[in-house]
Design a protein. Structure first.
Length: 187
């Protein structure tokens, strides 16, 4: 589950894409806490197929409910992105990610790369469809899971990368995102 702040109004209609720079990935169940979805004046719950999908959107693990995963991510993110900083605060990561995921006009920021330059866990858009890069293959994403792998992109084909660059660098550092079980079925 993701959190970007209160994105809905009193009637439950989504009226904003984000309210905070802190976009986090939370556990669905934590310390027996319960809350109604889209409760008035409370953060708007966002639901993702898996961790890789949430990373593609520009989220990071929550430092409270996913502390161990957050620490693993922070260590790999720091090694890949922080140029010598020994300790990173969540706000440092959030500030960088915010600059990488959103254009000044509010649209999603992306960039171009080739399949050979992307680690497993990255997301790309190809022919208008989001694909997960996994073990050198492109696997189409759907709300229900991943589909049959598509023909691999050529070495020179330019792909629109949806996952922010610092997260791609984190994956290259060895951090492997959790993916939906349909990936194994797809391969």
């Amino acid at each position: 589950m993701g959190n970007r702040g209160v994105l809905h109004n009193e009637s439950g209609k989504v009226v904003a894409q984000w309210r905070l720079r802190r976009w986090i990935i939370c556990k669905l169940s934590f310390k027996n806490r319960w809350r109604p979805v889209f409760a008035p004046r409370r953060y708007s719950e966002l639901f993702f197929l898996d961790e890789a999908t949430a990373f593609a959107a520009g989220h990071r693990p929550c430092a409270e409910c996913r502390r161990e995963r957050y620490n693993e991510f922070r260590t790999a993110w720091g090694a890949a992105n922080s140029a010598g900083h020994n300790f990173l605060h969540a706000e440092d990561i959030d500030d960088e990610l915010h600059d990488e995921r959103v254009l000044p006009n509010g649209k999603k920021r992306s960039y171009e790369s080739t399949l050979l330059d992307l680690p497993s866990g990255s997301f790309v858009e190809r022919a208008g469809i989001a694909h997960l890069v996994w073990n050198g293959r492109l696997i189409p994403w759907t709300f229900a899971g991943y589909g049959t792998p598509t023909t691999n992109a050529s070495d020179s084909e330019s792909l629109r990368v949806l996952t922010p660059p610092s997260i791609v660098a984190t994956f290259k550092q060895g951090f492997i995102p959790q993916v939906h079980e349909s990936v194994a079925i797809s391969l």
